[in-house]
Design a protein around this ligand. Structure first.
Ligand code: GLA
Length: 414
């Protein structure tokens, strides 16, 4: 009797321990249960091109062209909504409040946030943990609680925090934890003051993978950049760390076990439609981001995109893979020189599979059932997610010709 009850106690203790460790793994703000989707200004508009006209036109288009309905909900201002820091301007008023660049945003940030909300979309903004942002606007160091209160008052739904101009020895984990707590306090205080339910802010860490955020950022943020800045190219690599698509894939490949609902690896915003890659390469870029359960943040000029770009960004068969509720990041299951097979387990027991050809000539690539966790004898239905054709059942394997730099993306369902 005694033995049995102590064993029961032990079982319940280990169960409780398991629950605590599971819940401690992800930031508990209820957001990003599937990878966040939306648009960010940086990749196309950078600093000089950003202004409220562009943002309003983007929101108008997203609300009307099917993007909002497909899940692209966040409209995010990246760097340069604030005034530039100079010898005569700290970027803050005498009370330490952040100064908005009124030449670019004459109506102010609150009005823009209200406009975006009126379209049924969500509003995101950008800051930095150091003294200045990468484009030399005031950073949030020493102003975390003040800035968080300002964001909450504006109705911000998403904050990206960058890692430029940090102090020597500044700890990434403590800095981002401080902002996490500031956001939680600000949203709770604002809700209490308004007598309204709290409006949590999705927290996006952007320290480029420098401090291995996948090891500690689960309880801190909803997503963390795992790599340096994306470049609009297939396989280029900049000396300062910027990467083309293939380099990012290689860096993300080993990190799949760290992602899950509420906490995602972030291989950076999309370049689809920005002109540096071919349509085939952009299709591959989009396929791979979905397979990696990456945040899908369009980074192009939404109000003026080509039909090809629109078709890529709005491919619902591919978006569904990214947004699968199981929240598993896919990984590479086979590599033979330039030919690769990647697989992502899905909530319905199926797999999304990408046959990826990194080489310069077309090639046949085979998805073998044993590589994706199925027995050879299993009969599974195949759907091509770019041609939208159901290809019928197969056993053992499925092979397809894949163009150079192309991806054949399949859904395989037993
Ligand atoms: C860094 C970030 C980019 C962008 C710029 C803005 O490079 O990684 O995503 O936010 O700063 O200055």
């Amino acid at each position: 009797m005694k033995l049995r009850s102590s064993r029961r106690w032990l079982v319940s203790l280990s169960f409780r321990f398991l629950l605590t460790s599971l819940s401690a793994h992800a930031l508990d703000n209820g957001l990003a249960r599937t990878p966040p989707m939306g648009w960010n200004s940086w990749n196309k508009f950078a600093c000089d091109g950003l202004n409220e006209k562009v943002v309003r036109a983007t929101a108008d288009t997203m609300a009307a062209n099917g993007m909002k309905d497909a899940g692209y909900h966040y409209v995010i201002l990246d760097d340069c909504w604030q005034v530039a820091v100079s010898a005569s301007n700290t970027g803050r008023d005498p009370q330490g409040n952040i100064l908005v660049d009124t030449a670019k945003f004459p109506s102010g940030i609150k009005a823009l946030a209200d406009y975006i909300h009126s379209k049924g979309l969500k509003f995101g903004i950008y800051t930095d943990v150091g003294t200045m942002t990468c484009a030399k606007r005031s950073g949030s160091i020493g102003h975390e609680y003040q800035d968080a209160r300002q964001y909450a008052a504006w109705g911000v739904d998403y904050l990206k925090e960058d890692w430029c101009n940090t102090l020597p020895g500044q700890s990434a984990e403590s800095s981002y934890t401080l902002m996490r707590d500031a956001l939680a306090a600000a949203t709770a205080d604002t809700a209490a003051a308004n007598g309204a339910p709290a409006r949590p802010i999705l927290f996006s860490l952007c320290e480029w993978g420098s401090n291995h955020p996948w090891l500690w950022a689960g309880p801190v943020g909803n997503m963390w950049r795992s790599t340096p800045d994306i470049q609009d190219c297939w396989d280029c690599k900049k000396t300062w760390g910027g990467n083309g698509v293939t380099e990012i894939l290689d860096q993300l490949a080993p990190l799949y076990s760290y992602a899950g609902p509420g906490h995602w690896n972030d291989p950076d915003m999309l370049e689809v439609g920005n002109g540096g890659m071919t349509t085939e390469e952009y299709r591959t870029h989009f396929s791979m981001w979905a397979l990696l359960a990456a945040p899908l943040l369009a980074g192009n000029d939404i109000a003026n995109m080509t039909p090809d770009t629109r078709e890529i960004l709005l491919n619902k068969d591919v978006i569904v893979v990214d947004q699968d509720t199981l929240g598993i990041q896919g990984h590479r299951v086979r590599k033979e020189q330039d030919l690769e097979v990647w697989s992502k387990q899905l909530a319905d027991g199926g797999r999304a599979v990408v046959l990826l050809n990194r080489g310069s000539a077309p090639a046949q690539i085979t998805a073998r059932w044993t590589d994706i966790g199925y027995p050879d004898t299993l009969k599974a239905e195949i759907r091509n997610l770019w041609t939208h054709q159901d290809l019928g059942p197969a056993t053992t394997s499925y092979a397809a010709n894949v163009p150079s730099h192309g991806a054949v993306m399949l859904r395989i369902k037993p």
